[in-house]
Design a protein around this ligand. Sequence first.
Ligand code: M6R
Length: 613
Amino acid sequence: MCGIIGFSGYERATDVLLSGLSALEYRGYDSAGISCFTKDAKITTIKSVGKVSELKALVPGELKSDCGIGHTRWATHGGVSRTNAHPHSCGNVTLIHNGIIENYLALRDTLAAGGRTPVSDTDSEIAAMLIDSLYTGDAAAALAAAVAHLEGAYAFCVLFSDQPGKIYCIRKGSPLVACQTEMGSIIASDMVALLRYSKDYFVLEENLIACLTRDEITLTTLDGTPVTPDYLTVTWDVSSAQKNGFKHYMEKEIHEQPDALSRTIMPRLVRYSENGTFYMLPDFTADGIPDSVFLGLSRIIITACGTAMHAGMMGKLLFEELLRIPVTVDIASEFRYQNPILDENTLVITVSQSGETADTLAALRLARKKGARTLSIVNVKGSSIARESGHVFYTHAGPEIAVASTKAYTAQLAAFYLIVFRAAYAAGQLSIAECAKYTEQLAAIIPSIQQVLEQKDEFTKISRHLTKANDLFFIGRGMDYALSCEGSIKLKEISYIHSEAYAAGELKHGTLSLITSEVPVIALATQHDVLPKMVSNIKEVRARGAFVILVAAADAMIEEELYDFRINLPQISDRFAPFAAAVVLQMIAYNTSYLRGLDVDQPRHLAKSVTVE
Ligand code: M6R
């Protein structure tokens, strides 16, 4: 978590830093700060509690600088206060940090013995003290020596007071990307802060030291050997990271789903022929994912966090139905400490929008260490998970800025559908004609999402009712249960209404006691094979007075007295209903948060990219 940016160049550094911090604010937004070399080669630091807009108000227009660093914080060690906000300084060192220094207490005691006393509660200030204690004029040597003492994750950008115009950076775990432009050198946690200056960037590899000056970025290993970076290019432009007329990023990203899905699906459809007939099948040759990844498997493990894990729950159902191989879905933070049984016939699939989630990255590393095959479904190009995975399937959903994941989720679903269809075809479980038929049905969900979005007024009516709720349940069976989990997290994280997702058949084993007329139930009934069972479960909650919002297949026969609101999905076969139903749940969550007057894009206590454990 936390967004960091550094700039050395020919422009006003404060402008570059503050606009970069605004772009990175989704990574953390409880306090912010900048430190800049001023014209007299001194370092000025300005910090504030609150959002970047509050910091901006404190930065004087006359502050002239061409080199500085900036930080937007998501508190881990130490509460939200100006003192705990970054940058932190000690002696010659002023730094910003993203990550967690796990052994900071031991380091603090050692450094205290040398006469250095921290003023904040942060682990980051201890890192500043450590680097300063090792600095004798050679910045790279001090950083190399410091990291030998550090345990945990870090991305540092460091100013040394006697080296104006230079920023030194190093990272482990937490991301840093950089670019060189005519206006200077820039480094940041995420490409979205660089987009307005360049589409070409490189990922700073772990344990390399970068030195930014206005004219160049030099990279060296810890022992001083020069390294040349590998540049990547993004296809996004600046507008893809802006609101473009929508009130919130979340609203914009929900509406971008037809395009995002099109980018995930369409480039992977390739024409095959058999016995003179042509078929469009998913093909991952261009992704460098051979069919052999899916052959000879004894099991599949899907591991991820939050919404990405919910996409994995859908993946499990699809794999087991069509590939007929056992699949488990594990929360990455659990998987990584479970000593799982893995071998070369196990495929571990990690899923991550950011590609930087610490637990998912650790799960991937564990899978690789234990000899499993690895495939990652990732949105951000060049991210740590993408770079470390045996194979990568990029979702190409475009930048997702809102903390609540929407288009990344449906793109992850689409990735699973494509992967399962291809794997089942490659393994002989699907004929070419079946695979082509399912693939065609998948492509057909793209226009159906637009149809869902047209029911805007209905979502507002439902949300108006939900704004008063304190508790709420999502119920469903099979795919609808997997989707309930996603609907519930979406509503919770941005509306602050407590909700739970329940397998509809399980309610009566205890939880039904919580259902009253004060507790709305969102019932998903998109799967015809379990429709009669689902109707029984809706009757159970209705009999306890629940206010029921039904999301159902248009042709599902359900008595009107069983629900208060009904949203019908466009005509799509059951297997593909989760796409349309997901958009319904996203819109309900979005409108509920908005009508409650909350910060939709930056909900309290959260951050977009969770790079700490
Ligand atoms: O970047 P990732 O997909 O790895 O992130 C995983 C979760 O942190 C993320 O999906 C989170 O649950 C979302 N905020 C939910 O909307």
